[in-house]
Design a protein around this ligand. Sequence first.
Ligand code: F1P
Length: 348
Amino acid sequence: MRPGSRTCREILDQGESWSATLGSLEEQSTGLRQLLHRPHREATFIGCGSTYFLSLAASTIWQAMTGVSARALPSSELWLFPELYRPAQPSLLVAVSRSGETTETLRALEMYRQQIGGDSLAITCDPASEMVGLASSRLVARNAAEESVAQTRSFTSMLLLAQLACALAADREDYLSQLNALPAFFPSLVKTYEPLARRLARDERLEHFVFLGSGPRYGLACEAMLKMKEMSLSPSEAFHFLEFRHGPKSTASKRTLVIGLLSESARDHEASVLSEMRQLGTKVLALAESAEGLPADEAIELRSGLDEQANLALFLPALQLLAYHRAVHKGLDPDRPANLDAVVRLPA
Ligand code: F1P
């Protein structure tokens, strides 16, 4: 089997996972609406690695949609330091895990049930996982689990589930229909930008990758950074857009590719960071609804016309392909990242 062939297929099949997952909401939402409509004072999203980054993105959307205070934590923080993170009651815990078997997430959920006692929702790809048995309710992504270690289609499909939960909690039919529009944009996005991802991945002048995002796009920037690290073992970092000026820019050089995931509402402020980085000699790849007027060497235009809180999943496929092609170009096998297991299970 060609190195990386599984990962490549999983990235390219992603649109089908989105359609299947979105299409399953009706059947999955019985009972869930009731749970999500309870008057929670706080929501806490937890996960590990990719699913922690997903939690970062989802918690900002939750707060914006519902007006209920929401935050994201690595599962280990909630498990090991419950007194530091005790949520206001009544509260909702949203545990996100592809496998539903990661020890830290299971321990955090158990601790939450025993010591805090609020509602909980599991978002996963595995309906038979231990996490599903521990939570009060569940949302399961369809056709989204991977054979590969690195999360690609599972990440975006579980992100969609978290966004669907936000729409249900806030009774936002308009947001639901925007989410349902996403799969239609996938094929042309991948077709148009796969060659760009491959070309940039093969550019040997580039050896440092910096991913920038604000709001929910910060979580996506972190996830894109993790893909680059896991698959291609390349030095990569993620920052909130404007934070990059506060120290990290000292590492910027002509060997750096700055990848900006632009919002609509803070676009001008974010663009000025990109412009500054170009002046420092970095190469800039901008991802935005439209690239018109952006200071970028290369651009990926989403052209979805969707709200900036709805179009999130569209930012990731090209960046997953960038990491995949970089790995293959370096002679690595993205299906088998170095030193990694698909699930981290800690001894009892
Ligand atoms: C979380 C995770 C993955 C990562 C790694 C180990 O798994 O951190 O994001 O790629 O291989 O596990 P899960 O709890 O979402 O199953």
